[in-house]
Design a protein around this ligand. Structure first.
Ligand SMILES: Cc1ncc(COP(=O)(O)O)c(C=O)c1O
Length: 314
């Protein structure tokens, strides 16, 4: 008998039953619009506020630095397009890496087609960008550096803290530029502190951490200007118009709170499973390459090449 094993949690995770419980009341009796001033509205408003605190706690930010979005893709779009549009007068050059998720890569390409200058930094064997190469790519007209925290294919952990330090140094010298990191594969899985990383914008997504699909958040550091990409409402402190998705915001908050509490244990357990998984495959099929061993990698992702087997699209 075959037992089906789900090994695609980097693509999406099932919803944690505790998360599901937290969102259901907001799809049933607590249906108010969070912008309404009456009881129903205020009930929803407090749910969104609570969720904002829970998300902020996960990454060590202030609650009002959290903007709810429809997921990682929208967070990346809002961060990159929003920052670029609001700060165009400071420069038109963007630095990114060759291994970004398309939700970053394609956005940068779109901006480049529309007149932005773009430098795409290559990565080394372990999937990590070299600090000196990143530093060398930054020019006087660079306004944005966008580098992911954990790569979704290899699990490489990029040196964001070190890149943050380079940017802070440049900023101290008067250069106006900002750092965005796509932390969709990191937040809730490995410790993430925006303070520690020194980033200005950070994207995260609910469905990678046992929350529902279609909800995410963007951290926008206090004082950093972004142009809203969804206009037509004053929600999210003018940074993202549209009636709040109260139920899913509550779910993201719950998922973040659970992740904060359980991350340490989970990461240890997953690292053990990952090591066992790789050791057993290596024993059964010695002619493999485990990718990403040259640098730091997330315990949540295992990337293996089988020699002689070509990757085929579906
Ligand atoms: C690194 C990374 N960024 C962004 C995304 C997109 O997130 P979402 O599916 O929430 O739009 C993903 C999803 O696979 C991802 O792995």
């Amino acid at each position: 008998m075959f037992r089906r094993v789900y090994l695609d949690n980097a693509a999406t995770t099932p919803v944690d039953p505790r998360v599901l419980e937290s969102l259901l009341p907001y799809l049933r009796e607590k249906f108010g619009n969070a912008s309404s001033i009456h009881f129903y509205g205020q009930e929803s408003r407090s749910a969104v506020d609570r969720a904002r605190h829970q998300v902020a706690d996960l990454i060590g930010s202030r609650p009002n630095e959290i903007v709810f979005t429809s997921g990682g893709t929208e967070s990346n779009n809002l961060a990159i397009k929003g920052l670029f549009e609001a700060n165009r007068r400071h420069g038109c050059h963007i630095v990114t890496t060759a291994v970004e998720h398309p939700a970053v890569g394609s956005v940068c390409e779109r901006l480049a087609n529309d007149g932005a200058k773009l430098t795409v930094v290559p990565v080394g064997a372990g999937g990590c960008a070299d600090l000196e190469t990143v530093r060398a790519a930054i020019r006087d007209d660079t306004v944005l550096v966008t580098v992911m925290l954990v790569n979704n294919e290899i699990g490489a952990v990029q040196p964001i803290k070190e890149i943050g330090a380079i940017i802070q140094d440049l900023r101290a010298g008067g250069h106006k530029l900002w750092l965005h990191t796509d932390a969709v594969q990191a937040a809730g899985k490995i410790p993430v502190s925006v303070e520690d990383l020194g980033c200005d914008l950070l994207s995260l997504s609910g469905h990678k951490v046992y929350g529902p699909k279609g909800i995410g958040a963007l951290y926008v550091k206090r004082g950093v200007r972004i142009a809203p990409q969804n206009i037509g409402g004053h929600q999210e402190r003018e940074r993202r118009g549209g009636t709040e998705n109260v139920a899913f915001a509550a779910a993201l908050g719950a998922a973040c709170e659970i992740a904060s509490a359980e991350m340490g244990e989970n990461a240890k357990r997953i690292a053990r499973l990952r090591d066992r998984f790789e050791a057993e495959i290596l024993e059964a099929v010695p002619d493999i390459v485990i990718n990403g061993l040259e640098g730091p990698r997330s315990p949540y992702i295992s990337n293996i090449s089988f020699k002689g087997i070509e990757e085929r699209g579906f």
